[in-house]
Ligand binder design. Structure first.
Ligand code: DQA
Length: 146
């Protein structure tokens, strides 16, 4: 069994109502439900959301004590939070960055991720399913490490 921290960043609590033409109408609660359904009893998911950079950093630090890997959608922190990047780098847990939208086809400030260089990789543009694909990619990565 793998233990995975799923971390949602700022404004993602508004998924389902926020800019639905970009992010769709699935709520964060529904995404979380679908992730739990996908892994069933095979893997443990601890899912958190925060609008605060420091809380996300604390969550990453705590994951060091129990998790095998991280799935993270850092929201807009993706584009400028060196502190979240350093936290992922510090805990040395494999992380997969996910985005509902394809950040590379949007405004130019979204084209850069300061987080992905310390991640295994990035999945973007598949709507809420980016989380499913990101989780599957992380689990595959972990199984190859064993
Ligand atoms: C996002 C993309 C970010 O650029 C944006 O700031 C978000 C959502 C996504 O999931 O597509 O808040 O991370």
């Amino acid at each position: 069994m793998a233990h995975i921290a799923v971390i949602h960043g700022p404004n993602l609590n508004l998924f389902g109502t926020r800019e639905t033409h970009i992010y769709g109408s699935v709520t964060l609660e529904q995404i979380n439900q679908r992730l739990h359904e996908a892994v069933g009893a095979n893997h443990e998911l601890r899912i958190t959301q925060s609008n605060h950079e420091g809380v996300i950093i604390d969550t990453i630090h705590e994951a060091r004590n129990w998790a095998n890997g991280i799935v993270i959608n850092p929201g807009a922190f993706t584009h400028y939070s060196y502190a979240i990047r350093d936290a992922i780098s510090a805990v040395k847990l494999p992380a997969v960055e996910v985005h509902l939208s394809n950040i590379h086809t949007r405004e130019s400030f979204r084209h850069t991720s300061v987080i992905v260089p310390v991640c295994v990789g990035q999945i973007a543009g598949f709507g809420w399913r980016s989380y499913l694909h990101g989780l599957a990619a992380l689990l595959d990565h972990l199984s190859e490490q064993q």
